[in-house]
Design a protein around this ligand. Structure first.
Ligand code: DGT
Ligand code: CA
Ligand code: CA
Ligand code: ZN
Length: 574
């Protein structure tokens, strides 16, 4: 059992307890799940070496949960989980992908209508059965149907950022097969698309049959579609399909290039080969029968007269012309961030204390973070009013002192995620906003106004001299919620005029703003930030996904203000 699988069950426990209206336990299990996810060692190994006591060292794991995890590792399930699952035997993770459907609703839907999964839910909603339940009504039913339709439109694509740890674990297992010389995940995963259709894996080996044999017996495998000598297709337990191809060493670069895609990039690249009278395919670059290149991607690009193009740029959006002219941007690097400008704590809906967030951020190599808890219109989250914000500022001063004494170099800055009202007004008074180091403003409601109204309200927020950054501009949640409609060109113009920064929210199902918008910002010289939007110390790892998105939008270090040293970053703000 992998850490990811354990964390998934712990999260499910949290939801099961929430259904039962049990106090505190949901939070405790959430915390434990985050702790498990953040580990870089496999729990199974630690447990094998050091026994049950070692589990207590996992952040957020106490006696009770440690006992359950040990049962889980030994038997693959545990009593309390079985008991709760028996009571409400539903596919929670599937049902809760629909916006507005949470644990409490899932319980009622099961009790009243025996709804266990998405199919059941869709049928019941179409038959008008949900509207008839006293608790919900017509509006909820319509919302559910919309949610299901939205999910279908996404074509079963899954959010990459949530799966990347599992994909990397799989890649590592294949790399560790004794017969494998090299292995890598190509396709949309390597290009770091927001969502992925499947996983395309390549490996070099002289014994492909042996490799395939090992591949289909991996613990993650749910189903084998087809097993061939050099190509095998399987379904993983997480519902994703994965292909493994074994290629000879001489063709590795060509195969990697071909299977990384995108298809459009490949087609354009192949055309340049044809123009020279050459041929490019997944086995190599050929002049007649002679292989001109093929061992590495670099030599293929070079032989065709291009500079090397990073996978995140390979969408045939003009990158080939730049690569030919030697004018490719120097993309921001995965280790380039020095700060994080959006983090939430247990002052509102985050899981961890300010201090814990700071300590974890430092482990991630950051030099500063901004605490940006929600404000009062988000009452659900315990959003801060002016008084609470002032209190938090004083607390941050204290913690900064404490960190200094502990020799922690990270600096905590004061901020807020201020809510933008329907008309563009903010819910915190200017005299308090003025005291904060960094003010982010964001839309959290009224997602369905006209394009003109949405654009206007965001621009009005930008015009506030205290608003430094617009967080998650369009409010979309991939596979769950459509973006608000906005006129991006007007927004960018206003950002430029007012000196407002636009955020790339690194949370894997937000990635807001998207790559096309990032490109426009780069061209217009509008600065951006890449923020984790962390709601737990375990979320700093998502910064990587935000950097990937920035790279897909061709952003350089100079475009991203939290890749800059603190002083310079602060000077850039209003
Ligand atoms: P996905 O899986 O939908 O997220 O997107 P990709 O890009 O991973 O696409 P996939 O898995 O269908 O194929 C992997 C790569 O193989 C793709 O990026 C480019 C290459 N490829 C697939 N089909 C074709 C094709 O018909 N022509 C060319 N030139 N390349 C192809
Ligand atoms: Ca793919
Ligand atoms: Ca594929
Ligand atoms: Zn927000």
């Amino acid at each position: 059992m992998t850490n990811q699988e354990i964390a998934k069950i712990l999260r499910e426990m949290a939801e099961l307890y929430e259904m039962e209206d049990v106090l505190f336990k949901p939070r405790a299990y959430e915390k434990a799940a985050s702790g498990v996810e953040a580990l870089d060692k496999e729990i199974k190994e630690i447990f094998k070496a050091e026994g049950e006591k070692s589990l207590l060292k996992i952040p957020g794991v106490g006696q009770g949960i440690a006992f359950h995890i040990s049962e889980l590792l030994k038997k693959g399930h545990f009593q309390e989980y079985d008991r709760l699952k028996k009571k409400t035997p539903v596919n929670i993770s599937e049902l809760s992908t629909i916006e507005g459907v949470g644990p409490k609703m899932i319980k009622i839907l099961y009790q009243k209508l025996k709804i266990k999964n998405l199919k059941d839910l869709e049928r019941a909603a179409q038959a008008g059965k949900i509207a008839k339940l006293s608790r919900f009504g017509k509006k909820s039913e319509e919302k559910i149907l919309k949610g299901i339709e939205f999910l279908k439109k996404s074509g079963g694509r899954q959010v990459l950022g949530f799966l990347l740890p599992e994909i990397r674990a799989l890649e590592k297992m294949i790399q560790n097969f004794p017969e494998v010389e090299e292995a890598i995940v190509a396709g949309s995963v390597r290009r770091r698309k927001e969502t992925i259709g499947d996983i395309d894996i390549l490996a070099i080996s002289k014994k492909p049959e042996k490799v395939m044999e090992r591949f289909i017996t991996l613990p993650q495998v749910a189903h084998v579609y087809a097993k061939g000598k050099t190509k095998t297709m399987i379904k993983l337990k997480n519902d994703l399909d994965a292909d493994l191809r074994v290629v000879p060493k001489e063709s590795y670069g060509a195969a990697l290039n071909y299977f990384t895609g995108s298809k459009d990039h490949n087609v354009a690249l192949r055309e340049t080969a044809i123009k020279r009278g050459w041929k490019l395919n997944e086995y190599g670059l050929w002049r007649g029968k002679k292989q001109v290149a093929g061992r590495t991607e670099e030599e293929i690009y070079k032989a065709l007269g291009f500079h090397y193009i990073e996978p995140e740029m390979r969408e045939n959006n003009g990158e080939l012309a730049l690569a030919k002219a030697g004018k490719l941007p120097k993309l921001i690097g995965y280790g380039d961030l020095l700060g994080d400008l959006q983090t939430q704590t247990n002052w509102t809906d985050g899981e961890d204390s300010i201090e814990k967030m700071a300590e974890e951020a430092e482990k991630f190599g950051l030099e500063y973070i901004v605490i940006t808890d929600h404000t009062k219109s988000l009452a659900m989250t315990g959003g801060a009013d002016e008084k609470k914000l002032l209190k938090q500022m004083a607390e941050i001063d204290k913690i900064n002192l404490k960190l200094k004494i502990k020799n922690c170099k990270l600096k905590i800055l004061k901020g807020a995620e201020v809510n933008i009202g329907k008309d563009g007004s903010l819910d915190i008074k200017d005299e308090v906003l003025k005291k904060l180091d960094v003010v982010g403003a964001a839309v959290h409601s009224h997602f369905k106004l006209s394009r003109n109204e949405e654009t206007k309200r965001v621009i009005r927020a930008m015009e506030n001299p205290n608003v430094d950054i617009i967080f998650h501009l369009t409010g979309r949640i991939i596979n769950r919620r459509e973006p608000i409609e906005i006129d991006i060109d007007e927004i960018i113009k206003a950002a430029k005029r007012t000196g407002t920064v636009l955020e790339i929210d690194a949370f894997p199902d937000r990635l807001d703003i998207k790559d096309d918008y990032i490109k426009k910002c780069v061209e217009a010289g509008v600065k951006m930030s890449i923020d984790s939007d962390a709601h737990s110390a375990a979320h700093f790892k998502f910064l990587e996904i935000g950097i990937a998105q920035a790279r897909r939008g061709w952003a350089e270090k100079s475009d991203i203000i939290n890749a800059w040293p603190l002083e310079k970053m602060l000077k850039m703000l209003k």
